[in-house]
Ligand binder design. Structure first.
Ligand code: SF4
Length: 163
């Protein structure tokens, strides 16, 4: 590895990588510098379920340009909009993901994202079967938080995509 960039042989590509902005490029240290945060802060965002970084085969975190933009949006919500991490997490946890994924009533009842608002759906411990084998990083519900719009604008955009 040089200058904080990750060698591609360290990484197993997913379908999401067809988009250049989602290529895993930056180590956690470089991502912290690019977003004017710290390694500790980025780990905390991950622990709180705000972001899902790529992981290498050796379990190192790697961030894409899209991830950098997501972190900058989280920062904006904290610094400019007066939200704290718990507030952002609560907003994301309230997104009705079942409206945007094929999800039967039976599937919903077995899914923590439907029965609880404690975590965003992508970090739920028990997901319904329709979400169990999906890469959440490619899902419209997860990608909502990559934009700095207010939550109503985000819902409208998602609803328009659904129609
Ligand atoms: S695929 Fe992941 S992000 Fe999308 S609705 Fe299911 S759990 Fe949420």
């Amino acid at each position: 590895m040089t200058h904080g960039k990750v060698r591609y042989k360290d990484y197993s590509p997913t379908a999401n990588d067809s988009n250049a902005t989602s290529l895993p490029l930056y180590t956690i240290g470089i991502a912290a510098k690019l977003t004017n945060t710290s390694v500790h802060t980025l780990r905390m965002y991950e622990d709180k379920g705000l972001i899902l970084p790529h992981k290498t085969r050796t379990n190192r975190r790697v961030y894409s340009q899209t991830d950098i933009e997501r972190i900058l949006c989280i920062r904006k919500h904290i610094v400019e909009d007066g939200l704290n991490i718990a507030g952002i997490k609560a907003i994301l946890a309230m997104v009705p993901c079942w409206e945007f994924r094929p999800c039967s009533q039976e599937c919903r009842e077995s899914c923590d994202a439907y029965t609880s608002i404690s975590k965003p759906c992508w970090s739920a411990s028990n997901k319904g079967k329709e979400c169990q084998n999906i890469d959440c990083r490619t899902c419209d519900v997860y990608l909502l938080a990559n934009k700095c719009s207010d939550i109503k604008a985000l819902y409208k955009e998602l609803m328009n995509k659904k129609d």
